[in-house]
Design a protein around this ligand. Structure first.
Ligand code: CAA
Length: 257
């Protein structure tokens, strides 16, 4: 597939997807989502890649769903073609994804950042769900994941008023894991990605699955799943290697099996 709306690179077990639709502040048109999904499909089969970075420009991570494409839709069009459905592939991707956010992460932009596993924000980042100003409501998890990240009161404030929060507020509310100066965003994101990339790929996949189960289900269900996933790591050579390396006081040599 020819990539018109994103730039894709991979090196040293890290893949970087850069949203690149600057004229529309990376608004998430159907074609852009198709391209993200195409790349994620390739990456899920690529054992050389352990972690993915999803980023935008300095001005915008993504300014939301494409309002031009939505403006004439009716309920019947959504019933025939749920254009948000393909977005879910990001949240179902098994390997770790880091959202590296500068500038606007609004509406669908905030939602796809929240579908990622870790959000690192530049100081100029702005998060919000302004759909209410367009006479509609969020559709890709903005009323769901946001509540789990920032709590009910702040989520209500953002969704009902359409106001935005800056990076420091997002950090205080637990929406992002770190705030860094804009000029350090790439370096900080890559440092985290490198750290993750050095781990065993199957163990990363299991660790991510365990946390997502906690996020998406009850505590007791999450605990049962965590215990089973923990036990399943004992079938992997990398688990044995990790423990032996500790006992032998040397760094582990993971073989991803
Ligand atoms: N869809 C389509 N085009 C968009 C867009 C969007 N979501 N956001 C920005 N653009 C376009 C603008 O129309 C403009 O195009 P033109 O140059 O052709 O006029 C260009 O990008 C630059 O935008 P602005 O001139 O508005 O830039 P600004 O710096 O003055 O403002 C902004 C930036 C505050 C982000 C403003 O663009 C904005 O409010 N954008 C819309 C944000 C929004 O409402 N997002 C939610 C969308 S709905 C959604 O996402 C539903 C869902 O849950 C899935």
């Amino acid at each position: 597939m020819e990539l018109e709306n994103l730039i894709f690179k991979k090196a040293n077990k890290i893949a970087t997807i850069t949203l690149n639709r600057p004229k529309f502040l990376n608004a998430l048109c159907d074609q852009l989502i198709k391209e993200i999904n195409y790349v994620l499909d390739l990456l899920s089969k690529d054992d050389e890649v352990h972690v993915v970075i999803l980023k935008g420009s300095h001005k915008a991570f993504a300014a939301g769903a494409d309002i031009n494409e939505m403006k004439d839709l009716k309920l019947i069009s959504h019933i025939k073609k749920d254009f948000i459905k393909p977005w879910e592939k990001i949240s179902k991707f098994k390997k770790p994804i880091i959202a590296s956010v500068a500038g606007y992460a609004l509406g669908g932009g905030c939602e796809i950042a929240m579908m990622c596993d870790v959000i690192i924000a530049a100081k100029n980042a702005k998060f919000g769900q302004p759909e209410i100003n367009l006479g509609t409501i969020p559709a890709a998890g903005g009323t769901q994941r946001l509540v789990k990240s920032v709590g009910k009161s702040k989520a209500m404030e953002l969704v009902l008023s359409g106001s935005t929060i800056n990076a420091e507020e997002a950090l205080n509310y637990g929406l992002v894991s770190k705030v860094v100066p804009l000029e350090d965003l790439d370096k900080e994101t890559i440092n985290l990605a490198k750290n993750i990339a050095n781990k065993s790929l199957p163990i990363l996949i299991l660790a991510k699955e365990a946390i997502l189960r906690s996020f998406e289900s009850t505590l007791s269900e999450g605990m049962i799943n965590e215990r089973r996933l923990f036990q399943s790591t004992f079938e992997l050579e990398d688990r044995k290697e990790g423990m032996m390396a500790f006992l032998e006081k040397r760094p582990p040599k993971f073989k991803n099996n």
